[in-house]
Design a protein around this ligand. Structure first.
Ligand SMILES: C[S@@+](CC[C@H](N)C(=O)[O-])C[C@H]1O[C@@H](n2cnc3c(N)ncnc32)[C@H](O)[C@@H]1O
Length: 291
């Protein structure tokens, strides 16, 4: 029986690399050979501890695409985390493959009963899966990779001609607080704290932020920072908001992507039916049909 979970060895090893010695070295340190992104244990920790069960949020991130668009399709989830989105799309699609560099154990646990889901441990910027898919999506991942544009260029290679590519990324626009406060605080302090402490801090922060969100932000004061974003906050459970806060503090690296960069990704020469829209003032949704 084929394994449901594959490592970079089984997916990316080029035939004829040579001696047994090289294979042994490769098997111990595949990242030396492939120049793939370093593994980041923070993500493994996050998806082992926390879970996202918000199907409606996913449906808004992939908009204007819908779950019905996944029906009968082959699907590639680039950076599948704990496999939560695979759980959402698996009932619709014919097959779904999830790729993640760090969190595959959690994804395997969460998708264990889904027969049409396969998992591959790999770097989405470097993977060569040797096949293409009807739908390739990457939600909340490109901005955490070493090179978001290189990652985008590699994931679209895995979409069929006429297939869909769907991405959701943090925007540069509207994220001043994250860029100038959260990111420096992470670099100075948060990265060095044990993850359990960061989770505890995230709970406190979530409780504190909830005070204005459930008072001042109830008023129609649209000029307030993160006004749209906090409208969503009230639709989510406390634990889901903790995940949101923790996710931001935990991420080892984050780029904030300007609109022009997303536009550059979905160039007319390569895509038709392009749709790029802001989401809650803090992120970009992009999708297009590959020519
Ligand atoms: C914020 S989580 C998003 C997970 C999932 N897509 C979601 O929205 O719930 C980012 C995920 O991207 C993965 N990741 C980061 N860089 C990666 C890379 N270069 N290749 C594959 N996965 C990567 C991390 O391991 C992590 O699970």
């Amino acid at each position: 029986m084929k394994p449901r979970v594959c490592s970079p060895l089984s997916t990316s090893l080029v035939a004829g690399t040579g001696t047994c010695c090289i294979l042994t070295l490769y098997s111990a340190h595949p990242f030396l050979f492939l120049n793939v992104q370093e593994k980041q244990q923070q993500w493994a920790w996050q998806w082992n501890k926390l879970y996202d069960d918000n199907k409606w949020l996913f449906s808004e991130w992939i908009w204007p695409n819908t779950f019905e668009d996944f029906r009968g399709k082959s699907v590639l989830d680039c950076g599948c985390g704990g496999g939560q989105h695979l759980q959402f799309v698996a009932p619709y699609c014919a097959e779904a493959v999830g790729v993640d560099l760090n969190a595959l154990a959690s994804a395997a646990r969460n998708t264990a009963d889904l027969k049409n889901v396969k998992l591959i441990e790999n770097d989405i910027a470097k993977m060569e899966l040797g096949r293409t898919f009807d739908i390739v999506y990457s939600i909340g991942v490109l901005h955490h990779t070493d090179d978001p544009t290189a990652s985008f260029r590699n994931i679209i290679k895995h979409a069929k001609t006429g297939g869909k590519v769907i991405v959701w990324v943090y925007s540069k626009e509207g994220n001043a607080l994250n860029r100038w406060l959260v990111e420096p605080a992470k670099n100075i302090l948060v990265h060095y704290l044990p993850r359990s402490v960061v989770l505890f801090l995230s709970r406190i922060l979530t409780a504190l932020v909830s005070i204005p969100v459930y008072t001042v932000y109830l008023l129609p004061l649209k000029f307030l920072p993160y006004y749209e974003y906090f409208q969503n906050w009230r639709k989510l459970t406390f634990d889901r908001n903790v995940l949101n806060v923790f996710d931001k503090l935990n991420a080892p690296q984050t780029f904030f992507i300007p609109h022009s960069q997303v536009e550059g990704w979905f160039r007319d020469s390569e895509f038709t039916d392009v749709h790029i829209s802001p989401y809650k003032g803090v992120s970009w949704r992009g999708s297009g049909t590959k020519r």
